[in-house]
Structure formats: C-alpha cells, structure tokens
Design a protein around this ligand. Structure first.
Ligand code: PGA
Length: 249
C-alpha cells in the first residue's frame, strides 16, 4: 500500500503574518488526520516561520525550488542546504511554471533533484504536458522525455526517495481538471517507465501525485483511482478550510 500524500504549493502567495495565521487555522483541522502525509510549500521567506508553526504537528514543509550548487556566486538563488536548515523536509523541483517562465529544463531538473537528495530533502519532481502537446497526441512522449532526461539517470536508491507529480499544464490554475481517468492513465504510463528503468518493485512503491485544479469537490474522485497516490494543490491550498477539506477527503 502506498501512503497518500497531499501537498500544497503556495506559489508566490503569503507573507509571514499570513503564513502564521494559515497554520493557526489549519492545524486544528488536521490534528486527527492519520491517513496521509501532509506537505506545505510556502515561498522562501516564509519557510522558517512555517517550520516553526508546524513543529510537532506532522505537517512537513517544503520549498518550491532550489539551486543545484552547494554554494557559489549565484545571485538570488537558494541551495538545498539552506532549505534544509530552514526546517524543510522536501522541495518541489521542475514545476511547470519554472519550466515555462524561468528556463527550467529536464537537465536542470535532474541536477536539482540530485542536489536535494544529497542534502537529505525529498524532491517532489513535476512532469506534465501542455495543451498543445496533448492535442497533438504528444502527451505520452513528453512524459517519456521528461522522465528519461530528468529522472532516469538517478540511481535506484535515489529514485526510491522521490515523489513524482503529474501536472498537466493545461489543468494548472485554469479550473480545468484532468478527469480521474485521464490522470490515472498518465500515472500508469509514468509507473510503467519507472518499472522499465528501476524494476517493478520500485515502480510499485513510487508515489505519484496529481496536480492541476484540485479542489475539495474533485479530490475524492481523483483519490478513488488506484494509480493516484495524492495531490499537489495550488490555489485551493491557500485557504485553511479548503486545504483541510482536501487533506481529509
Ligand atoms: P492549481 O495549481 O491547483 O492552482 O491548479 C497546481 C500546481 O501548480 O501545483
């Protein structure tokens, strides 16, 4: 049995005060939650406050990106060690918004994933096709390229520590969710790629999250699919009640 993971990606939202207020409202709503791992990824500036607010609660904090170097002259960048020191247990890597607006490539995704693992962080590695790619029947080949160029070079022990997130770009922030069947089909392709590269055992323990317009209203249908092991939630993770409703699906 794969343990479900519900992760919230706050993107560029929430100040320190808003972060503290969120957890004050959110933690009591999930205090009795045992059935899944809960992760929240605030912006860099709020990481320490989030880690302090959630200490002892079982909620894990993750960053939204990192640089692959240990340290160096990279103005504006943050290393894995800095993120770990801020109290994070994980980090999102290769989000489609990073790929689309900030030049993230499959190669940089691989470097960042390795850097995260070396610092003891759990990477949540995102893959997914755009609308043009889906309509051109390229979804499977895009996932294959992102998997092979971004992840296949990991060692089996490295691969066993990652979470994969399937996030069709056309479903992110658009209100247009992939149907549970569409998501499950893509997850099945990804699991088959993992099996081909790392063997069936590793593939069957790999947790694959779905992301793209996940809401309290659609989480149950998604989680009813055996292939879907959790969710990466953007907009609906900003409100404590709606994120708690998703966590407690
Ligand atoms: P959304 O974002 O839930 O707002 O669509 C998902 C994501 O980008 O991780």
């Amino acid at each position: 049995m794969r343990r479900p993971v519900i992760a919230g990606n706050w993107k560029m939202y929430k100040t320190l005060a808003e972060t503290r207020a969120f957890f004050q409202a959110f933690l009591p709503l999930v205090a009795g939650t045992k059935h899944c791992d809960i992760v929240v990824a605030p912006p860099y500036t709020a990481l320490t406050a989030a880690a302090e607010s959630t200490r002892g609660s079982g909620v894990a904090i993750a960053a939204q990106d990192l640089h692959w170097a240990v340290e160096g002259a990279f103005t504006g960048e943050i290393s894995a060690r800095m993120i770990a020191e801020a109290g994070c247990r994980g980090v999102v890597v290769g989000h489609s918004e990073r790929r689309q607006y900030f030049g993230e490539t499959d190669e940089s995704v691989l470097r960042k994933t390795r850097a995260a693992l070396e610092a003891g962080l759990q990477p949540i590695v995102c893959v997914g096709e755009t609308l043009v790619e889906r309509e051109g029947n390229l979804a499977e080949s895009v996932l294959k390229r992102q998997f092979e160029d971004g992840l296949a070079a990991l060692t089996p022990p490295e691969f066993s520590r990652i979470l994969l997130a399937y996030e069709p770009v056309w479903a992110i922030g658009t209100g247009r969710t992939a149907t549970p069947e569409q998501a499950a089909e893509a997850h099945g392709h990804l699991r088959a790629m993992a099996a081909a590269r790392f063997g069936p055992e590793q593939a069957s323990s790999l947790r694959i999250l779905y992301g793209g317009s996940v809401k309290p209203e659609n989480i149950r249908g998604l989680m009813a699919q055996a292939e879907i092991d959790g969710a990466l939630v953007g907009g609906a993770s900003l409100d404590p009640k709606s994120f708690a409703a998703i966590v407690n699906y």
